[in-house]
Design a protein. Structure first.
Ligand code: IPE
Ligand code: IPE
Ligand code: MG
Length: 253
């Protein structure tokens, strides 16, 4: 074989290091469905299947934290029938999948405003967190009734109350302290945020935590998302150079 000939078997792609925290804006269920003449509800049902596959893949790939945007604070403006579908799917997801998630040592966390949710949904979310609290494989953070501006406002209100009570001085309100009063202050910021469906915006998702996240937008509608799509987004992430305001690229996951 001449020195310039391509080897017949290209070397296998090196397994990549998984980003520690991946967050996903699962978008495009409705468009996936209407492209097939199906109802939006069917699109959401297929979206839950894609979610199951993605959680499994995230664990296999070695991601430590996976945040999923399931229902935004602004999604209440959708028609009541669609909201019923989405609430029903969340209920079913927790009832049907919680045991398996627990078995796979997935720890479930929930971010978003829980106070104004239906009491049954609230109880399910509390139960999921309680049952899985000691698990140590993958942390699945479910952003439900979540809006980042609302989350930051909640943190500001907590701090304002502490200032009024004389516990802290206004000058103690730093970026770190605000971060410590968000819904899940113990979690690292997302390294990678993926949005499916081709839309290129954050739609009020993790605005504070996304300060230095890499954003990857993929054209795939959420129901078609799978392990290969996740790996493709991670490969794109690895092509980015993260500098965090400095001059030198930071390596690591
Ligand atoms: C994402 O799909 C699911 C939720 C926002 C709950 P959409 O329902 O937004 O689907 P499109 O964007 O209309 O296609
Ligand atoms: C963001 O998607 C919310 C979720 C994926 C849960 P939307 O479909 O609600 O966002 P917009 O309205 O297109 O910005
Ligand atoms: Mg959408």
């Amino acid at each position: 074989m001449s020195r310039l000939a391509m080897p017949s078997n290209p070397p296998p792609i090196q397994p990549f290091e998984a980003p520690r925290h991946v967050a996903i804006i699962m978008d495009g269920n409705g468009r996936w469905a209407s492209a097939r003449g199906l109802t939006r509800g069917e699109g959401h049902r297929r979206g839950v299947e894609a979610l199951r596959k993605t959680v499994r893949a995230a664990g296999e790939i070695g991601i430590s934290y996976l945040t999923i945007f399931s229902f935004s604070a602004e999604n209440w403006s959708r028609p009541p029938s669609e909201i019923r579908d989405l609430m029903g799917l969340l209920r079913r997801f927790i009832r049907n999948d919680l045991a398996e998630l627990h078995q796979n040592r997935v720890k479930v966390r929930v971010i978003g405003e829980r106070n104004d949710l239906d009491p049954e949904i609230r109880r399910l979310l509390d139960e999921a967190e309680e049952l899985t609290r000691n698990n140590d494989k993958l942390t699945l953070i479910v952003a439900f009734n979540y809006g980042a501006r609302q989350e930051i406002a909640r943190a500001a209100a907590k701090l304002a109350a502490r200032v009024r009570a004389g516990e802290i001085d206004p000058s103690a309100v730093t970026a770190d302290l605000i971060g410590q009063n968000l819904d899940a202050p113990d979690l690292p910021d997302p390294d990678l945020i993926i949005r499916t469906s081709g839309e290129q915006r954050l739609s009020n998702f993790l605005l504070w935590q996304a300060a230095y996240s890499e954003l990857v937008f993929v054209p795939t509608y959420w129901p078609d998302f799978d392990r290969a799509a996740l790996e493709g987004a991670i490969a794109e992430y690895h092509r980015r150079e993260r500098r965090f305001g400095g001059l030198i690229a930071q390596t690591g996951s």
